[in-house]
Design a protein around this ligand. Structure first.
Ligand code: 5GP
Length: 194
């Protein structure tokens, strides 16, 4: 997606050889023109899958999920909450997720009533690296027998295995930009396939 690619190149920062900072337009300050354009791009990609809700994890995924859900005809957004402690509760489903950026293990949880059995779910998130967050959200759907009809990602780190593994397992995955590496602070983008 051209607008996102431009933002990454002009306003993104490469930290070390594996972290992409997108605070200027995605993770701290949000560029709303870009946000709603990304929502439209995911809606175009996934409309045919007939998602009934958009699922993400707090906090950076929420705005993206709202943009996608609005573009898909104002379907609901559900976001998994993060908690450090194990809260066993019959009303919730939960699963552990290792956080790449914070180097901590979180438990993510959703109240069952917000993720109905059999629902058709589109997962949306800001970054895809190792795939831990995506697999955690897919696991919550599996526990609720909800169907993951696709995964929409803003920035995939193509040098991490998450995206390749999801595609190989047959998941309908759409990343709006793919970073192939970071060299001397410069972000290298994969050529757009659109
Ligand atoms: P994964 O679970 O796929 O390993 O990592 C995805 C999650 O980690 C995303 O939800 C995102 O919050 C965070 N993340 C992973 N890599 C990066 C990165 O390079 N930059 C930022 N800002 N977040 C990242």
């Amino acid at each position: 997606m051209e607008l996102l690619r431009r933002k990454i190149l002009e306003e993104g920062k490469g930290i070390g050889d594996d972290i992409v900072k997108a605070d200027m337009f995605l993770n701290h300050r949000i560029d709303t023109e870009l946000l709603f354009a990304m929502g439209e791009a995911w809606a175009e990609e996934f409309r045919g899958e007939k998602p009934e809700l958009v699922l993400t994890v707090e906090s950076s995924g929420i705005a993206l999920a709202v943009a996608a859900a609005h573009a898909l005809g104002d379907i609901p957004v559900v976001f998994a909450k993060k908690s450090a402690s194990i809260v066993q509760n019959e009303e919730t489903v939960q699963t552990p997720v290792y956080s790449f950026t914070h180097k901590t293990q979180n438990l993510i949880r959703i109240e069952k009533k917000y993720l109905p059995e059999g629902a058709r779910v589109l997962i949306v998130d800001d970054f895809l690296a190792d795939g831990q967050a995506a697999h955690g959200l897919m696991d919550l759907c599996r526990q609720r027998q909800a169907k993951v009809v696709g995964i929409g990602i803003a920035i995939e780190k193509g040098f991490e295995p998450g995206g390749r593994q999801l595609r190989e397992s047959g998941v309908h995955l759409k990343s709006l930009a793919i970073v192939d590496g970071i060299r001397d602070g410069k972000i290298i983008l994969r050529a757009d396939d659109d």
